[in-house]
Design a protein around this ligand. Structure first.
Ligand code: NAP
Length: 298
């Protein structure tokens, strides 16, 4: 078994704080030069606890950096038409540089229709097919925030990815699939040999044990156990599941996909949950918002 002291935490919070400081400097400079300050808008529908926490964290990050932010809240019962009209208004509003519609949406609203309605030039979540297509072709656009945050975390912590076997478990459109493409392309970070695993994958344990870099985006606590991890692997835990915790006032805590105690005994680097991928996702959203302004030549 590897010496546990060799294991290093990939601290997303510290890395995201460094990015926030850099963005705050960029805002100061823009102000000095009389340039526009980035402005992010966020739409939230309903009262899902997770969504409220995520959107609040995004607005808080804007405030810390000096970005402008606008929060638009709708009741659970809002019609698709009202939401689509708001998206049209935000698309046309020159003061807004980028905006997001926090997912999931209530069942009566078509998420794909909503995603397609967002102007790709303001789609700072990077979910629009135009941006996903640009990502595949390595053209300038917006990378989806969570995969971009993971790349930034690897880069800023000097994790070498070239030639490594990387296994991504989970193939969602917003995390696993784009991440598998980004890590496989000819760039740094990148140049991995990527396996994209999912619920129909045979021999998942053997496949994971072959990974130099193992990334789990499944959403099942303790899904990745010690016997699935190669000695010295880099382990990135994207999962965030709320589980009951009576010892806490709020009654829940966040759990990742990785059985931390077991896996941390074997790996070289590991992201904690919370404090790993989550803060990096928010940092990426901020980077994309500034980029939205810059891509428009402002
Ligand atoms: P998702 O849409 O919830 O899909 C889960 C994926 O896991 C699917 O591709 C599914 O395979 C796969 N899966 C389920 N059971 C499996 C099994 N037994 N073996 C192998 N694969 C299995 O994915 P997501 O939206 O990417 O979310 C995943 C997790 O990441 C959630 O906990 C979410 O809250 C979290 N998340 C965190 C952040 C962050 O910033 N930290 C951002 C986004 C998401 P199939 O495709 O075959 O069904």
């Amino acid at each position: 078994m590897a010496d546990k002291t060799n294991m290093q935490l990939l601290d997303g919070k510290t890395t995201a704080d460094a990015i926030r400081r850099e963005l705050a400097e960029a805002v100061k400079l823009r102000k000095k030069e009389g340039k526009k300050i980035p402005h992010l808008a966020a739409i939230i529908v309903g009262y899902d606890g997770g969504s409220i926490t995520y959107v609040s964290a995004k607005v808080k990050a804007c405030n810390q950096i000096g970005f402008e932010s606008t929060l638009i809240q709708y009741d659970e019962s809002v019609s698709e038409e009202v939401l689509m009209n708001k998206i049209k208004t935000l698309n046309e509003d020159k003061s807004i540089d980028g905006f997001i519609v926090q997912l999931p949406l209530p069942q009566h609203i078509d998420e794909l229709k909503v995603t397609l309605a967002i102007d790709p030039a303001k789609d700072v979540d990077g979910f629009h097919p135009v941006n996903l297509g640009k990502m595949v072709l390595n053209l300038p656009g917006f990378l989806p925030a969570t995969p971009a945050g993971i790349l930034e975390l690897l880069k800023r912590n000097n994790i070498d990815t070239q030639g490594k076997n990387c296994v991504v478990v989970g193939r969602s459109n917003i995390v696993g699939t784009p991440l598998s493409i980004l890590l496989g392309r000819n760039s740094d970070p990148g140049n991995c040999t990527v396996t994209l695993a999912h619920s129909k994958t045979n021999n998942l344990k053997e496949i994971c044990r072959n990974a130099d870099i193992l990334i789990s985006a499944v959403g099942k606590p303790e899904f990745i156990t010690g016997d699935m991890v190669k000695e010295g692997a880099v382990v990135i835990d994207v999962g965030t599941t709320r589980v009951t915790d009576a010892s806490r006032q709020r009654g829940w805590k966040l759990r990742g996909d990785v059985k931390f105690d077991e896996v941390s005994e074997k790996c070289s680097f590991i992201t904690p949950v919370p404090g790993g991928v989550g803060p990096m996702t928010i940092a990426s959203l901020m980077i994309n918002t500034l980029k939205a302004l810059e891509l428009r030549g402002k």
